[in-house]
Ligand binder design. Structure first.
Ligand code: KG4
Ligand code: ZN
Length: 345
């Protein structure tokens, strides 16, 4: 089966062609995977500007599709998959309307996909069988959710952020420090360069870490950065040392909370696997520290994280999610497919 998948939930215009073999433990082969990032356009706003993002998707989607089909050598497709939420409503509609048009033109079935589920299932690209139940941590620019996956289409949200998402926190902190956008990759890069760090210099809180729930809160962390910043002299604020210390500490604060809560959920729900996904999992320090902690505390548990390229938004994960629904016999009338910006699992 060959799936054509479309993803436009935020600021990446993505199209993928994915070939699937097998039913019990399917294997996915990427025929083409094109991502057109709008980062350059949103940079001057310091964040994603929805109406601008919509316009860019409208402009880019036909070009990205053409590229994807060309590099796939015009494959014979069997199914169309499209993200319907959660995400930015105007952006989602561009992808959904486009996908419906293609499905109609080619007379193909079409399946709606949940963006969060797609991030989770992106891990099936490299792993055929994942032992369940699994505790899944999805951390992106819009979401921070801890999810218990008992089976396909059987998810329970254990906790989520009460305010800002982890990626949003990185983005806002980077803007505050005048580092640019998107903040996650910039903070990660600066933190990597920070050697011989003095651990006592800046100490930020680890919000909600010891609370007996699985919720998160990152807006307080952002405010703590702001207070520290305001209390420094111009000279210190502008110094390379201060920026490096702050980048390292804010990154560590986020990592500490994410690891602590994920491992506590793993223990409580006796999970057999820990699944990570979403843009923030592109962070190399987070990947390393999760691995080390899981290996030392849960050596028998599988740790799954997508390749960095598939941690951030892409359409391959949308194809994978659609296939699992297809296997379960899900059929949807194209006209009934609508966008849901606040879609939950
Ligand atoms: O999943 P994603 O591509 O889009 C959404 O669904 O939101 O995630 C984007 C988020 C942004 O907030 C970005 O700053 C963050 O992921 N991000 C990172 C890194 N790369 C992207 N955060 C930390 N470290 C990174 N290397
Ligand atoms: Zn995402």
């Amino acid at each position: 089966m060959i799936i054509l998948a479309i993803e436009t939930s935020c600021d990446d215009t993505c199209v993928a062609v994915v070939k699937v073999k097998g039913q019990k433990s399917p294997s996915f082969k990427i025929v083409s995977n094109i991502v057109s990032s709008q980062v350059r356009i949103h940079r001057k706003w310091g964040g994603v500007y929805p109406t601008l993002a919509k316009r860019e998707h409208q402009k880019n989607l036909p070009i990205v599709l053409k590229k994807a089909l060309f590099s796939a050598k015009n494959p014979k497709m069997n199914l169309i998959a499209v993200t319907v939420g959660p995400g930015l409503e105007p952006c989602l509609w561009v992808g959904v309307n486009f996908a419906k048009e293609i499905a109609k033109k080619l007379n193909l079935p079409i399946l709606p996909v949940n963006h969060i589920e797609a991030h989770i299932l992106s891990n099936f690209l490299t792993k055929k069988n994942i032992p369940l139940p699994a505790v899944c941590l999805i951390v992106s620019g819009g979401h921070t959710q801890l999810i218990l996956m008992r089976n396909f289409a059987n998810y329970k949200i254990l906790g989520e952020t009460r305010d800002d998402a982890a990626g949003e926190c990185f983005d806002k902190v980077a803007r505050m420090l005048g580092l640019g956008y998107p903040g996650g990759p910039i903070i990660s890069k600066i933190a990597k360069k920070a050697k011989d760090r003095d651990p006592s210099s800046i100490k930020l809180p680890r919000p909600m870490i010891y609370q007996k729930n699985y919720d998160f809160s990152f807006s307080g962390l952002k405010t703590a950065v702001l207070y520290d910043y305001k209390n420094r002299t111009q000279k210190v604020r502008r110094s390379k040392k201060y920026i490096q210390e702050m980048a390292t500490e804010v990154q560590q604060a986020v990592i500490d909370v994410l690891i602590y809560k994920t491992l506590r959920a793993t223990k409580e729900y006796r999970a057999k696997a820990i699944i990570l996904g979403g843009g923030v999992t592109a962070n190399t320090e987070l990947r390393k520290q999760f691995k080390e902690k899981i290996e030392s505390e849960f050596p028998n548990i599988q740790y799954l994280i997508p390749d960095i390229q598939f941690s951030t938004d892409n359409a391959t994960m949308v194809a994978i999610a659609a296939y699992f629904h297809w296997l379960r016999g899900r059929k949807i009338k194209p006209d009934s497919i609508v966008v849901n910006a606040n879609l939950t699992l």
